[in-house]
Design a protein around this ligand. Structure first.
Ligand code: AMP
Ligand code: ZN
Ligand code: FE
Ligand code: FE
Length: 281
């Protein structure tokens, strides 16, 4: 069993990279990729731990992008962390995240929630905080019962506490991942569009821009959505990937590897991904 979508304390996961490897071992995982939002800090640590613990480890990242007002996450696998072009894009994204957090806290204050930057939980990359950290601070301060509630009432796109972050486009992310020797994959495609015709058209434009795969086995996909993505992948000759999008205590219902209990991604998916990457370069 493998899991190719995992967050650590370098973004909005609650566990350190060594803790994630220990958990992966305990859960019987044979291959993993840590895919933190907008940074590559996990990569050297994960490489070493993977070798030591006998878990096949793919260097990864999840890049935040915006397309026509919607959030689109692009996963990058087999990333060379020395790549300047990718690092420049990520530096920009981290800056824009920091600006946005400041603005979001101001907005929340205006809405009557007395929280400060200092009240946000600490991760291991101070500027790379996001909505989950803000949500947790609001729960800790007693304004809400759960993070889920915060998102529903306040922080989801379109809700009063939501603020856009300045972003890059999915095509820019694909190009930068490619420049870093990586393999670009559209994360959780159904978060982009629920309408299948529109989603397929969108995927087509990304394929024309160099997309290599789509995240098909995903914790929140229905069986029918998964089947649909397999068909799209076949038609556009895309690789299939999958993961739990594990965030530790920030998404308490989701377990590493098994997701909500029914996720199982076979190691052969990783073998096929490696083959697709070799062909892609
Ligand atoms: P950000 O990158 O700061 O905009 O935050 C995005 C992250 O917030 C996602 O990767 C998820 O981990 C989390 N998130 C987004 N929507 C929700 C939601 N409705 N409930 C819980 N977590 C969410
Ligand atoms: Zn996240
Ligand atoms: Fe994501
Ligand atoms: Fe994620």
């Amino acid at each position: 069993m493998i899991d190719l979508h995992i967050h650590s304390r370098f973004s909005d996961g609650s566990f350190t990279v060594p803790e994630l490897f220990q958990r992966a071992k305990n859960n019987g995982l044979t291959g993993i990729a840590i895919t933190d939002h907008d940074n590559l800090l996990s990569i050297p640590i994960a490489k070493e731990l993977g070798e030591k613990m006998g878990i096949e480890t793919i260097p990864g990242v999840e890049v935040s992008t915006v397309h026509e007002g919607i959030d689109v996450h692009v996963l990058g696998y087999f990333i060379n962390p020395e790549s300047k072009e990718l690092q420049e894009k990520l530096d920009f994204l981290i800056k824009s995240r920091h600006n946005r957090n400041t603005k979001m806290i101001q907005r929340l204050n205006d809405l009557g929630y007395a929280i400060t930057y200092e009240m946000l939980p600490k991760n291991d990359f101070a500027q790379n905080l996001g909505r989950p950290h803000i949500a947790e601070a609001l729960v800790t301060a007693g304004y809400f019962e759960s993070m889920d509630q915060v998102f529903k009432k306040l922080l989801s796109r379109g809700k009063p506490g939501y603020i856009d972050k300045e972003g890059i486009t999915p095509l820019e992310a694909i190009t930068a991942i490619k420049a870093a020797g990586g393999f670009p994959v559209l994360a959780h495609p159904f978060y982009c569009y629920k309408d299948r015709r529109i989603l397929k058209e969108f995927i087509k434009t990304l394929v024309d821009g160099g997309l290599g795969g789509i995240e098909t086995y995903y914790v929140n996909h229905t069986r029918s959505e998964c089947e649909f993505l397999k068909e799209v992948a076949k038609e556009f000759k895309l690789a299939l990937t999958g993961g739990s999008d594990f965030h530790g205590t920030y998404k308490p219902a989701i377990e590493l590897g098994t997701g909500r209990g029914n996720l199982y991604i076979d190691h052969s998916v990783l073998e096929q991904l490696k083959a697709a990457h070799e062909q892609y370069l």
